[in-house]
Design a protein around this ligand. Structure first.
Ligand code: ADP
Ligand code: MG
Length: 242
């Protein structure tokens, strides 16, 4: 029963996602503005001044982190549902995360195949970004980020594995719950909520396996866009090989 309640709460949060974005970004901006206003006071000690500046910067960083979790690929035009090449999309997201991976000494290994799924490109990229970013952040002292693509029962499987800090059972349970983060002020606790929502909208499922100090494996299953006869020759070859 508890599990079902948590799930219902997650859904609730998800349905209000669009409305919550502006609210989420406005809060830290308002706070930053408030502290900058305080800086205008004349009799501030240098310590207080420093403290206010630090808080204002933290709040601006938070606004930036929220935009990263929600809107990295957002465009002014409305999104459309299209055929997406899983390999191409994954490669785009890896390119974007390369600097972060390098900073953490994370090696990226891929086994990709150009399967086709249906969905909104920006949402799919956002979902991949949030999962891979978590994976890299879980390996502050280096490790391997692995992305593997395959087909299982008419579904495209995308498996993202890291050799990072891992999660406890309790942490896995709370994944996707709004504001659940173990990263202190650096975390938003919104990245995985966005992931769950997007996977759901694409009629997919997500499975998490994790072991503390060993690493985490996130498996996403998304419906293959077409029957075998609709596939390109390249796709067919790959499909047959599996
Ligand atoms: P944030 O990254 O801002 O903390 P997320 O919703 O993206 O928020 O993730 C929530 C929490 O889930 C993280 O703070 C972390 O504790 C845990 N988590 C997610 N992915 C991983 C991972 N690959 N390895 C270890 N912990 C993870
Ligand atoms: Mg995150």
């Amino acid at each position: 029963l508890r599990k079902r309640i948590i799930r219902a709460e997650k859904m609730e949060a998800v349905s209000h996602l669009a409305a919550s974005i502006s609210h989420e970004i406005r809060n830290p901006l308002t706070a930053a503005r408030g502290f900058m206003q305080l800086l205008e006071q004349h009799h501030l000690s240098p310590e207080k001044r420093k403290q206010y500046v630090r808080i204002a910067i933290e709040e601006l960083d938070r606004a930036e982190a929220i935009i990263t979790d929600y809107l990295t690929f957002a465009k002014p035009a409305p999104e459309s549902i299209e055929k997406l090449n899983v390999k191409t999309e994954i490669e785009r997201v890896i390119d974007l995360l390369r600097p972060l991976a390098n900073m953490n000494s994370v090696e990226v290994k891929t086994t990709l195949a150009p399967f086709t799924i249906i969905g909104e490109r920006e949402k799919f990229r956002q979902c991949l970004l949030n999962i891979m970013k978590n994976a890299i952040e879980a390996m502050p002292n280096g490790g391997v980020l692995q992305i593997y693509v395959s087909i299982e029962k008419q579904h495209v499987l995308i498996r993202i594995t890291d050799t990072g800090i891992g999660m406890t059972k309790e942490q896995i349970e709370r994944l996707g719950e709004p504001y659940f983060t173990t990263k202190g002020i650096k975390g938003t606790g919104l990245g995985m909520m966005v992931v769950y929502r997007i996977i759901e909208s694409m009629n997919g499922t997500i499975h998490i396996k994790s072991e503390i100090h060993k690493g985490t494996e996130v498996s996403i299953y998304l419906p293959l866009s077409s029957n075998l006869h609709d596939l390109t020759n390249e796709e067919k070859k790959l499909f047959m090989a599996l």
